[in-house]
Design a protein around this ligand. Structure first.
Ligand code: IPE
Ligand code: IPE
Ligand code: MG
Ligand code: MG
Ligand code: MG
Length: 307
């Protein structure tokens, strides 16, 4: 799929804005901070967060709000909170007790570059900082909106979302009887889908969308989340480790439950393509004044990415 240069530009522009915001949020900002976080912790948080990553979750929040002509610095702040949760999830995902990976985003994982205790604590600190950032009045003066954003993010990150999905993923490694297709879909909707879904939903909440539009955004976000993990699993078989900045072939090696493992590569690809068409058709049905081009291209990007 040939992507427009406009898409590449928007992805890069958003990425740069998020990078700058994260850099600011992960700095010693005020000389009046009597108690500073330990330098080693702050360094590890910055190491895990800055300098690389597709920034697809913040991109989704920002571009969803743009459908309704909302775009400002405040949404970049909120979107950066979601990216912090994602970065924390990667630090913990790579720990020896979990996937035991040594390379992430093209450099040594946090527990390799620092140590396990620092990696666990940097993850914990990014998770909590994310909520501090999302609840801040600089995201919105509307306290009800902020409470909603914090609530949906907490649900997506927690036991019924990403963390719960990670638990299912780890449990599945040692099952004698493989998970069913439906069980793998549930696992994926939690471990990965939830954070992508909440990114879309947060954009809609931020733009104060009506209930009918929100329900279409829910559907769009869920489909995107599914596509994202299926394509990650496909790339684990077919991708280029150097481009991806992480090891490949690790899922089969660890007996991971993926759609590729139960359906095979071709069927998993077909499934991904079908979901992509569905995602685009839901998006097309949304009534909004802004252009849908970028988000339509995002669906293709997720399916055909090589990073
Ligand atoms: C990787 O996420 C982990 C999954 C949830 C599949 P990304 O592919 O978004 O990783 P970065 O942020 O670009 O490094
Ligand atoms: C990671 O899934 C999901 C989360 C971090 C929540 P994977 O374990 O497949 O991600 P990679 O392949 O290591 O990036
Ligand atoms: Mg994992
Ligand atoms: Mg992993
Ligand atoms: Mg993977």
């Amino acid at each position: 799929v040939e992507r427009s240069s406009q898409f590449g530009r928007v992805l890069a522009d958003n990425g740069n804005a998020v990078e700058a915001m994260l850099d600011k949020l992960l700095s010693y900002s005020s000389e009046t901070d009597a108690i500073k976080s330990p330098q080693r912790l702050m360094e590890a948080m910055r190491y895990a967060t800055l300098g690389a990553g597709k920034r697809i979750r913040p991109f989704l929040m920002i571009e969803t709000a743009k459908l309704f002509n909302i775009h400002n610095e405040a949404i970049v702040r909120g979107a950066s909170a979601i990216e912090m949760i994602h970065c924390y999830s990667l630090i913990h995902d790579d720990l020896p007790a979990m996937d035991d990976d040594a390379i992430r985003r093209g450099k040594p994982t946090v527990h390799v570059a620092y140590d396990e205790a620092t990696a666990i604590l940097a993850g914990d600190a990014l998770l909590t900082l994310a909520f501090e950032v999302m609840a801040d009045e600089r995201v919105s003066p509307d306290t009800v909106l902020r409470a909603k954003l914090v609530t949906v993010l907490a649900k997506a990150a927690g036991a019924r979302g990403m963390v719960g999905g990670q638990m299912l993923d780890i449990l599945a490694e040692s099952l004698v009887k493989p998970l069913t297709h439906a069980e793998i879909q549930t696992l994926q909707s939690m471990k990965t889908g939830a954070l992508l879904h909440v990114s879309v939903i947060s954009g809609g909440l931020f733009a104060n969308c009506d209930p009918d539009t929100m329900s279409k955004l829910h559907s769009f976000g869920r489909k995107l989340g599914a596509i994202f993990q299926i394509s990650d699993d496909i790339l684990d078989y077919t991708g280029d480790a150097a481009l991806m900045g992480k090891k490949i072939g690790k899922d089969a090696g660890r007996n991971k439950a993926t759609l590729v493992s139960i359906l095979g590569l071709d069927t998993a690809k077909a499934q991904c393509a079908k979901l992509a068409e569905e995602a685009k058709s839901v998006l097309t049905s949304i009534a909004c004044s802004g252009s849908k081009d970028i988000l339509l291209e995002t669906v293709d990007f997720i399916v055909s990415r090589n990073t």
